[in-house]
Design a protein around this ligand. Structure first.
Ligand SMILES: Cc1ncc(COP(=O)(O)O)c(C=O)c1O
Length: 425
């Protein structure tokens, strides 16, 4: 078993000082309330370039806060990309809005005006500009289209914290930007999320919603923080090779599932059972957020560097598409490879046998999911890219350049190609 040189499917990116902050918040009784929340909201706003930021307990909770603060009339349609994290259209549905799905570009997985325009109706209230996998969508063009039709723009920046388009941060182009600080994102804060806005009225309503929103229990916040810290430890490449990796190899050998999280309909059922509502960001999460702000730009640069190296070292591999950075910045929160669905698991298993874990995506073709299938607008059998064709590789800077080169070599060997020498296509 390849214990050395292993690569986890995702590395939790906690900043230095996280454990110390966790311990001091617990000992100083500053897990729920404390001075860091205000400070983080202010500093995050400054970094983004917006006057208002409001924390929430997760990205999904932030989206709920965004919709409540936006105050669209119930029954309005909200346009989402067909390939997205399905909890987001589910939040809209729970709040009484009609999710409508538009196509995405198969190269970028993002939607632009050309995909959205035909879905705009007299009843459209908003569009969710989603920056998937760390690549910005054509947000300026999308805002221009929305302005023409007098509809609001929300930006899903769960995968895009720190992405700039012509120097301007995503999340600041539309009416509201939505951020996630969950463990699998680039800026985890022991969980959490936030909205950003420059609109005074939205900010006032967000304040009112949050004034009535609960703070999760101290025990629950602490437990989540300890669990995420443990995952940070287990996903250090050196520790991973001696802990989770052997378990995964044994599972692979015995034909058992590879510890994947719930996706699609199962994920939506789990989510609905949590009785979703807006709840607040804790002081502990905000304290980690303050630490993250010192590191996030250099972290994103490191992921970008690794992604570029991987793409270069992979070269042309028949039947396999590397992610393409088309315009603007791409921070590769995930590095999605695309291949025929019936070959994906073969590649995944081959990689795992060679020490490289990879991840099936949590994104889903929403038109295929139960809660959204009932609706009329999916009867035209619109289809998004199949989630079964996507395999995510971790390119976070904690993965060394040598390992990135090795990932490329292993993928090329799987495809029957020789190792690439510099300059070769
Ligand atoms: C694109 C996208 N939007 C929103 C979210 C929701 O974030 P959270 O898990 O913090 O609720 C996710 C989570 O994976 C996501 O992938």
């Amino acid at each position: 078993m390849a214990l050395m040189g292993t690569v986890p499917r995702r590395c939790v990116n906690l900043p230095p000082g996280s454990l110390r902050t966790l311990v001091s918040c617990v000992l100083g009784d500053k897990v729920q309330e404390g001075p860091d929340l205000e400070q983080f909201q202010e500093k995050f706003g400054e970094w983004l370039g917006v006057p208002y930021v409001f924390g929430a307990s997760a990205g999904r909770s932030a989206f709920q806060l965004a919709l409540e603060a936006l105050g669209l009339e119930k029954g309005k349609e909200i346009i989402f990309p067909i390939l997205t994290f399905p909890v987001m259209p589910m939040v809209a549905k729970i709040l009484g809005y009609e999710p409508v799905f538009c196509e995405v570009d198969p190269d970028t997985f993002n939607s632009g005006p050309e995909h959205i325009e035909s879905k705009i109706s007299d009843n459209t209230g908003a569009v969710l500009a989603t920056h998937l996998f760390g690549q910005p969508c054509p947000v300026r063009e999308l805002v221009a289209l929305a302005d023409e039709h007098n509809i609001r723009v929300l930006e899903d920046c769960a995968h895009a914290c720190g992405v700039r388009v012509d120097g301007q941060q995503v999340g600041t182009f539309g009416d509201i930007g939505i951020f996630s600080f969950a463990e699998g994102k680039n800026m985890p804060c022991f969980g959490g999320g936030a909205i950003a806005t420059a609109d005074d009225e939205i900010a006032q309503r967000a304040r009112e919603v949050l004034a009535k929103a609960p703070m999760p229990a101290k025990g629950a916040i602490t437990k989540e923080a300890v669990t995420i810290w443990a995952k940070w430890l287990l996903t250090r490449p050196s520790v991973f090779g001696m802990t989770a990796y052997p378990v995964l190899r044994l599972k692979l050998l015995s034909g058992k599932p590879l510890m994947d999280s719930a996706v699609g309909n199962e994920l939506l059922e789990e989510f609905i059972s949590t009785n979703p509502r807006v709840s607040r960001l804790s002081n502990l999460q905000a304290a980690i957020g303050l630490l993250q702000l010192k590191h996030i730009d250099s972290f994103n640069e490191g992921a970008k560097r690794n992604a570029r190296l991987l793409t270069e070292q992979l070269g042309e591999v028949e039947g396999l598409k590397a992610p393409r950075a088309l315009a603007g910045d791409h921070i590769y929160v995930y590095y999605p490879l695309t291949l025929a669905p019936d070959r994906r698991d073969d590649l995944r298993h081959y990689l795992l046998r060679h020490g490289i874990d990879s991840k099936t995506t949590d994104m889903a073709d929403c038109s295929a999911l139960k809660p959204f299938r009932e609706r009329e607008y999916t009867e035209d059998k619109q289809k998004g890219p199949s989630e079964a064709s996507i395999l995510e590789i971790c390119v976070y800077p904690v993965i060394s350049e040598n390992k990135i080169r090795r990932i490329a070599r292993v993928i090329r060997a799987w495809a029957g190609l020789p190792e690439k020498v510099n300059g070769e296509r």
